[in-house]
Design a protein around this ligand. Structure first.
Ligand SMILES: [Zn+2]
Length: 926
């Protein structure tokens, strides 16, 4: 199908295209237009829903006001997808030599006689368009196999951030908002969904085409428009206030729509209440649609949210608690965008956190209000904050607000920094303001900026208006306090030292490598001390560290320890002097960890691993302090600990002597955790218990616990003999470990067969895909990778990266197999992964796990000898740099770690708990 598209494109190159020396600013439209209204008509016939054609025709009429006088009009039209047939400006025909499309910037420029400032422009463009079949962006074609084995095509859209210009010519920048009227003509046996409801429909029985006109949209950005033409069916959900909710998908998945249908209303109402702007003030309906081929988890199109199937469809008996949480949190994220991004929009892509930071914050906050037992407020810290702190410690981290121009730069900004760090900064603000003030500030924000566009300072001005009375607690003006968090990359590590009873706190930027002593921040500081009656409860700041000076204060008498950053509510790491670290380690070994809560234990674990990686403390300090984990069964402490051990094991190689020593010690220390979640006791109503059970068994088996391996192998054997799938929550770990430890290749084939037979259950398919790479048989892994790049194998292109990642994360052997396969099949892979971002992620993912010089050399010589695409070259060089840094890490720390583990590792009690557990199990079985 890629070929079909290429042929079609060659024909379209007859549009006059100019390519010139392009400077970054050329990608922006001049600040000339105030778009008001578009009327767009699209005609798409039956042929486009077959393999025969990908074409449609369109006509736009755009009405705009000119801010200044001009002799040319510029707007976007993607040269690969739009062939312009005719242009009229203010009723006058524009000759074809008076317009051109730049094939680099995709800007269509129309030359005209002088147009006055303040005048209204009316632009009419007729064009022929092409549906994309090579990627899932713009107006594109997706397909699925129905129950009778027939391929069914659908045409759908994904316009964020710069792809509306592939479907119709438009002023395709987020701040250039307008209202839209859409009229579609399409085959009458299909149905259509759009942002708004339709008001008129007519069928032409001769042509077999139906025409539908939709209600005018609210004033909105082009990237939030969407339409889906398909034979999907919908389930009516619980309505939210007066707004009807529908969940739609291919009909075979009807049973999996229930969760989304039921939960959507409560999330939407919670957000309406929180923002003080009821959803139905802007939109009168909400459709949520699962698309078989989809570029992201979901897209927040206003009133018509689209999802990957695994992010919306959930089967009560077949899909795990993990996916239930995923559906609900992704849905909350997209619903939050209806306010943060759709109603109030970022002025330009330089500040993506203005939508993604807010949506990621509410992704946890809103479901936490609806389902508090899931402890999503705490899950936020380990999932979002720890990964943000990790990414933001690299020298090439970008600031939350920094210029971008080209589509590639814009796309790259949909990053861990924009999402996770953006959310962390908002959470920090919420904690230092207090929840009530924050909520009131958010209501000011939506009320002030509804239907408009904002810059970062607009957020702080709106929030500060709710704290005028108590503003004295801030060390400076709100926007000044926030400025460095937004315009500087990175974050501070605070150094806490104590002399007698005087505590001194200083700051500098935390980096894994290099030095930065100039970046400083306003840091809100909360802390707990050993004598606090209410330890870790208070998150409003006790004091502020300013960019100008260190802070000092006096501890009470008999205070044995101090820990900064209650609930890890602010965005920084903490390092202590040796005496304080010793006291913290002792407290953690005391009864009930001396009151140090699980979230702050998780913080200490995460900080220690990363402080050691950056040489602030040595690994003996980390591993000795972590001795408390032997007594800890908290999901949160262990989630952090496993992330830290994953880094160590990946660096040293799991199969190395040191890797085996680390594995044995971790296994020993997780005995209490493992015993607290036996497989015999399943409790899917307890979310944290279930997540913990999967985490503990996944790690115990990976580390080589025979007890764990045997239990999961037994469950797999039962599956093979009975055909009844294992418990839905255990499936992922059962499948993976069965393949990891089997010598019978028919196990892999059995699971592959199960994959191909679960076409209507996306969560099962992705669970199996992630497990198939756990095999240690190199031939099987190669065959698996081949399937991922073979048309008709049953693996969708959107899932190919998951296949690769399951291979290179599945075992140390998988890293070499994936690298060799990538090198040997590069041309095919590059043609298939048309988005260079995916190729870049692929090579980064593999290289990140290199442990030997020979792996690095192989990649280097491949990069040097092959003529690689430029965008991939950049990613490949970055990957090489990371791999080199990792080897240097190994060189630097291997001896320390070897010495540590030679000396007996953890300060554990010296009994092999695993001998004990097997003994106990033997007794209980006898
Ligand atoms: Zn988002």
């Amino acid at each position: 199908m890629g070929l079909h598209l290429n042929l079609a494109l060659i024909c379209f190159l007859t549009v006059k295209i100019v390519a010139s020396e392009t400077i970054p600013e050329d990608y922006r439209l001049p600040d000339l237009y105030d778009p008001m209204f578009y009327q767009i008509q699209i005609v798409i016939t039956q042929e486009a829903f077959t393999e025969a054609s990908n074409e449609f025709t369109g006509q736009i009429q755009s009405f705009f006001t000119l801010k200044n006088e001009t002799e040319s009009i510029s707007l976007h039209a993607h040269h690969d997808f739009i062939k312009i047939n005719r242009i009229q400006l203010n009723g006058d025909e524009v000759a074809s030599d008076n317009y051109n499309v730049d094939n680099v910037t995709d800007i269509l420029t129309i030359n005209t006689a002088l147009l006055e400032a303040g005048s209204i422009g009316i632009l009419l463009i007729e064009y022929t368009g092409v549906l994309s079949t090579s990627d899932n962006y713009g107006f594109y074609k997706s397909s699925y196999i129905d129950d009778d084995g027939n391929t069914k095509y659908l045409a759908t859209t994904f316009f964020s951030p710069v792809y509306a210009r592939r479907a119709f010519p438009c002023f395709d920048e987020p701040a250039l908002k307008a209202t839209f009227d859409f009229i579609f003509t399409f085959p009458s046996d299909l149905n259509i969904l759009f942002n708004t409801d339709y008001f008129y429909s007519e069928t032409n029985t001769t042509s077999g085409l139906k025409t539908i006109s939709f209600n005018t949209t609210p004033r909105m950005s082009t990237f939030l428009l969407a339409f889906v033409l398909s034979d999907f069916t919908c389930t009516t959900g619980v309505p939210a206030a007066s707004v009807p909710l529908e969940v739609c998908s291919r009909n075979a998945t009807v049973a999996s729509r229930q969760l989304a249908s039921e939960i959507g209303a409560s999330l939407l109402e919670s957000l309406s209440n929180y923002t003080g702007f009821s959803y139905n003030m802007a939109m009168q309906k909400l459709h949520q649609v699962a698309i078989p081929d989809f570029a992201a988890n979901a897209m927040e199109n206003w009133g018509l949210i689209t999802y990957r199937e695994t992010a919306l469809l959930w089967d009560e008996t077949e899909s795990s608690n993990y996916y239930k949480q995923r559906v609900i949190t992704v849905m909350a994220h997209e619903l939050a965008h209806q306010w943060f991004g759709n109603l109030v929009t970022l002025y330009w892509w330089s500040a993506i956190f203005l939508k993604e930071g807010f949506a990621t914050y509410f992704q946890y906050h809103t479901p936490h209000e609806v389902i508090p037992a899931w402890e999503l407020d705490k899950q936020f810290v380990i999932e979002q904050q720890h990964s943000a702190l990790l990414r933001d410690a690299l020298e090439n981290a970008h600031a939350l607000h920094a210029d971008v121009f080209t589509p590639a730069e814009i796309t790259a900004r949909f990053s861990t920094i924009s999402y996770n760090k953006g959310a962390c900064i908002l959470r920090m603000v919420q904690h230092f303001m207090g929840e009530d003030h924050f909520k009131e500030g958010i209501q000011n924000y939506t009320a002030t900026h509804e239907y408009a566009s904002v810059e970062p300072d607009d957020v702080w001005v709106a929030l500060s208006s709710s704290v005028l009375e108590s503003v004295s607690y801030l060390p400076d003006d709100f926007t000044i306090v926030m400025e460095n968090w937004i315009t500087q990359p990175g974050y501070p590590v605070l150094y806490v030292s104590v002399n007698e009873r005087t505590v001194t706190i200083s700051q500098k930027r935390f980096l894994f490598s290099g030095e930065d002593t100039t970046s400083k921040w306003y840091v809100p500081i909360s802390y707990s001390i050993s004598l606090d009656p209410d330890k870790f409860g208070r998150t409003s700041p006790i004091l502020w560290l300013t960019p100008d000076s260190d802070e000092t204060f006096t501890l009470p008498v008999n205070c044995s320890w101090i820990i900064l950053n209650n609930k890890q509510s602010a965005y920084y790491r903490v390092n202590y002097d040796d005496g304080l670290w010793d006291n913290i380690a002792t407290a953690l070994l005391s009864y009930n960890f001396d009151g140090i809560t699980d979230l702050n234990r998780a913080q200490i674990v995460d900080d220690l691993f990363n402080l050691a990686r950056a040489s602030y403390v040595n690994y003996a300090r980390v591993l000795d302090t972590l001795a408390f984990l032997t007594n800890d069964i908290s999901y949160f402490s262990w989630y952090s600990a496993f992330s830290g051990f994953d880094f160590l094991l990946t660096r040293v190689g799991e199969d190395s002597f040191l890797g085996r020593s680390i594995s044995a010690t971790v296994l020993n220390s997780m005995f209490a955790l493992y015993s607290s979640v036996p497989i015999a006791v399943l409790d899917e109503d307890d979310q944290i218990y279930t997540l913990k059970q999967v985490l503990a068994y996944s790690w115990a088996c990976r580390l080589g616990s025979q007890d764990c391996i045997q239990q999961l192998q037994t469950l797999f054997s039962q599956y093979r003999s009975s055909g009844v799938r294992p418990n839905k929550n255990l499936r992922g770990i059962v499948y993976c470990n069965a393949l990891r430890y089997t010598s019978d290749s028919s196990d892999w084939n059995f699971l592959w067969e199960a994959y191909t037979n679960s076409n209507d259950l996306a969560t099962e398919q992705i669970t199996i895909l992630s497990a198939l790479g756990c095999s240690r048989d190199e031939d099987i892994l190669r065959e698996y990778l081949s399937k991922s790049i073979t048309d008709g194998s049953g693996i969708r292109t959107q899932d190919s990266l998951s296949v690769f990642s399951s291979v290179y994360t599945g075992s140390p052997k998988g890293i070499d197999v994936a690298l060799d396969f990538l090198i040997e099949n590069f041309e095919v892979i590059a043609a298939r992964y048309t988005s260079m971002n995916s190729l870049g992620n692929l090579i980064r993912g593999i290289a990140e796990r290199f442990t030997t010089e020979s792996q690095v050399s192989k990649l280097r010589s491949f990069i040097e000898t092959e003529n690689l695409p430029e965008a991939f070259q950049v990613a490949a060089n970055e990957a090489l740099e990371t791999a080199n840094t990792n080897l240097i890490w190994l060189e630097t720390f291997r001896d320390d770690l070897l010495q540590y583990y030679d000396n007996g590792g953890y300060r554990t009690v010296g009994v092999s708990f695993w001998i004990l557990v097997i003994f106990v199990l033997l007794l209980s079985n006898s």
